[in-house]
Design a protein around this ligand. Structure first.
Ligand code: GRF
Length: 222
């Protein structure tokens, strides 16, 4: 067990980053956020980092000629900050092997659907359009595909009659915050083991159930 040295990458509001910062402050997560990096100036996540006295950096991707050169600069920034695990918390850029090879099997993403359903952008709208009754969120390791890496944990969220895209997204987001913090805490506790099943990487957490049901602690009947 060791304190996780996290680098958190954001592009937007940063509520998942906030969940991590709050869990650390409450002693629920043995981690330090070494640096927060946004590819978008003015992203809400930057202000959240500053409020928590965490170093916040802007690295605009538009300033780079191609993806690998942006990724190389990102690697230098994270390494200089002492990062060993990278969390994509609403980071809207695809990462190339240039980046992933620098942090092998140590890059996590949170995605707002039960993968492999609804990868890519606006998974909540995709779920609503398809008409599924249950959706949710997934924390997975990042590989070179889009939302294809080994699944670490999932939580289910009901789709309710009359849901709008935003109502569903808000319900999923609350569950994202819980799931992301849980997964990071399990990693910090040394519970993660990576194995291979049928040629595909498979994550196992020892001593916890990494599938969280449709009813969470705040919604379960007494
Ligand atoms: C979340 O829904 C996350 O799953 C997706 O982007 C959103 C980021 O939200 N990848 P926030 O910036 O953490 O509030």
């Amino acid at each position: 067990m060791a304190t996780l040295d996290l680098g958190v990458l954001v592009s937007g509001t940063g509520t998942n980053l906030q969940a991590i910062l709050d869990a650390i402050a409450l002693g629920r997560l043995d981690a330090r956020v070494r640096v927060v990096v946004s590819n978008k100036p003015g992203a809400g996540g930057l202000a959240r980092a500053e409020a928590a006295r965490v170093p916040a950096r802007v690295l605009p991707h538009v300033g780079f000629p191609d993806r690998p050169s942006f990724d190389r600069a990102l690697v230098v920034l994270l390494r200089d900050a002492g990062v060993s695990w990278v969390v994509l918390a609403g980071f809207m850029r695809l990462l190339t092997p240039t980046f992933l090879d620098a942090f092998p099997r140590r890059v996590l993403n949170i995605h707002p659907s039960l993968l492999p359903a609804f990868p890519g952008v606006d998974a909540q709208a995709q779920a609503l359009a398809y008409g599924v009754r249950v959706t949710g969120c997934t924390v997975h390791l990042v590989d070179a595909g889009t939302d294809t890496g080994p699944i670490l944990a999932q939580a289910a969220v009901p789709v309710l009659p009359g849901d709008t895209r935003d109502a569903l997204a808000a319900r999923v987001l609350r569950r994202e915050h819980e799931l992301l913090v849980s997964v990071l805490a399990w990693i910090a506790e040394g519970r993660l083991e990576l194995t291979e099943v049928a040629g595909r990487a498979r994550a196992v957490f020892h001593g916890v159930d990494a599938a969280v049901g449709v009813l969470g602690p705040s919604e379960a009947p007494p």
